[in-house]
Design a protein around this ligand. Structure first.
Ligand SMILES: Cc1cc2nc3c(=O)[nH]c(=O)nc-3n(C[C@H](O)[C@H](O)[C@H](O)COP(=O)(O)OP(=O)(O)OC[C@H]3O[C@@H](n4cnc5c(N)ncnc54)[C@H](O)[C@@H]3O)c2cc1C
Length: 440
């Protein structure tokens, strides 16, 4: 019997091979530049399937890619000629309103978590686009409109069910493998495959509010300065956000939770300049969490580069606005609040003192433009680099080890390296923003 025939017998439909009807569908991810061909795709339906897939890959000497939402800009879940552990069949979310806890399988998308929790007026911090994976987002930190009130997504994880590089199943929490609990809070997919996250939920209600004012680029420098100054006084319900590109600047905030005071910041925002358009009003929390969705977006080629900044001096704003005419999106989102309340030593996530996250993102369709578009994003981001205090691991693209050093401070990287050496000394999980184990 060939190996593949044997695997088919063992895994049935869960095994997808090149040439199978849905092979291309299962290897397609959010960035259309990613066109890799795994030798095997195992569509895992249970933690035991994940154990079997990890052991199989090790036996066959194959690289492992772990896929949840497929939103990694580098498409790291798709290993060329390797084994893809496709977690998307494990997408269930169970909410217990009495304990305000959610159990979320390792392949679930953010939208499933939001919808299940909102049925009870509950939520926890999740990202801004509902088709992003809970898996990758949470393991790298997890920023969203609730983070200034309740911390990053990783700050709301109570426990993890993990399959290690040895194919062991572990429960990880504050008091079970606390070293791993620390590392999983921001350390990315380096330590194993999470088959279930248990989250703390919060009674946020079901309403939200947005205020977004768009100005021509000529007013951008003045308006952004005023927006920055207003942001320092903002209550935690408000997350200030701005974008610049294609000749316009949009500034404003998103308010999550009961909206009785949500409009209080609006007069001062309006006084910053003469907006050409306004998008102001109340919406449901679920609408907020899906309004940036682009299901058709998987057709675009993508590249981005980001920074954290501890402040936004006038010179940084000028540098940012200088690229505002470009055909690309530059975005800013405020941190602070509960993110910064968590003691820095409590988690692998290293950037709790960030005031804003900056991202320059390009998207296009023609492969001939790849080099030019990527160079433009790098150039745009390099203008803000002098003000950078680091980078969000989930916003890294092709920076390699230098990017990992931007994401984690030296003392955290040392601790992460020791953890990796203890739990994955052979670097089985290396298709990620890799924490390399110590050489043996
Ligand atoms: C459109 C878009 C919007 C975004 N918005 C936000 C946002 O609002 N806030 C924010 O913080 N980030 C945001 N991000 C960044 C996002 O957090 C990262 O791209 C993240 O890696 C996506 O995770 P994923 O599961 O979708 O991706 P995948 O490509 O499936 O996974 C990325 C990596 O995560 C690891 N991984 C995933 N699941 C597991 C698991 N269960 N166990 C072990 N390892 C796993 C693997 O190493 C994998 O290679 C956004 C990205 C995109 C494309």
């Amino acid at each position: 019997m060939t190996t593949h025939a044997h695997l088919r017998e063992q895994l049935g439909d869960r095994l997808v091979l090149p040439g199978d009807q849905h092979y291309d569908h299962h290897r397609t991810v959010w960035n259309a530049m990613v066109d890799r061909r795994p030798r095997l795709i195992v569509r895992c339906e249970s933690p035991d399937d994940v154990v079997a897939a990890v052991r199989l890959a090790r036996d066959l000497g194959l690289d492992i890619g772990v896929r949840c939402g497929g939103h990694s800009v580098l498409g790291m879940s798709v290993p060329e000629d390797g084994l893809m552990i496709d977690l998307t069949p494990m997408a269930a979310v169970t909410v217990d309103p009495a304990t305000r806890r959610a159990r979320v399988q390792g392949g679930a998308l953010l939208g499933a978590l939001d919808v299940a929790a909102q049925a009870h007026g509950l939520a926890t911090t999740a990202g801004n686009v509902s088709h992003t994976g809970v898996g990758g987002l949470t393991l790298g930190g997890g920023m969203g409109w609730l983070a200034r009130q309740y911390g990053l997504t990783c700050d709301n994880v109570v426990s993890y069910e993990l399959v290690t590089a040895d194919g062991e199943r572990l429960r990880v929490s504050d008091d079970e493998h606390p070293d791993l609990f620390w590392g999983l809070r921001g350390g990315g997919g380096n330590f194993g495959v999470v088959t279930e996250f248990e989250f703390q939920l919060h009674p946020v209600g079901t309403r939200a509010y947005v205020a977004e004012l768009t100005y021509p680029l000529e007013q951008a420098a003045t308006v952004l300065r005023g927006w920055r100054d207003l942001s320092t006084e903002a209550p935690r319900q408000a997350t200030f956000a701005a974008s610049v590109g294609r000749g316009f600047a949009t500034v404003g905030y998103v308010w999550a939770g009961p909206t009785d005071k949500a409009a209080d910041l609006l007069p001062e925002l309006r006084a910053l300049g003469q907006p050409v358009t306004e998008n102001v009003g109340e919406l449901s929390y679920v609408e907020l969490q899906t309004r940036e969705d682009t299901p058709e977006g998987h057709a675009y080629r993508r590249y981005w580069k980001g920074h954290y900044v501890r402040g936004l001096p006038d010179a940084a704003i000028d540098a940012l606005v200088e690229h505002g005419a470009a055909d690309m999106g530059i975005s800013l989102q405020a941190y602070g609040g509960a993110i910064a309340d968590v003691p820095d030593g409590d988690s692998a996530f290293s950037q709790r003192d960030a005031a804003f996250e900056y991202v320059a993102a390009a998207r296009w369709t023609d492969a001939d433009e790849d080099a030019e578009r990527m160079a433009m994003a790098r150039r745009t981001a390099s203008a803000v680099e002098p003000y950078s205090s680091g980078a969000y691991v989930n916003a890294l693209s092709d920076e390699g080890a230098a990017g990992v050093r931007r994401a984690y401070r030296p003392e955290k990287l040392d601790r992460l390296t020791a953890l990796k050496t203890a739990y994955d000394p052979d670097n089985v999980f290396h298709l990620n923003h890799n924490i390399a184990p110590a050489a043996r």
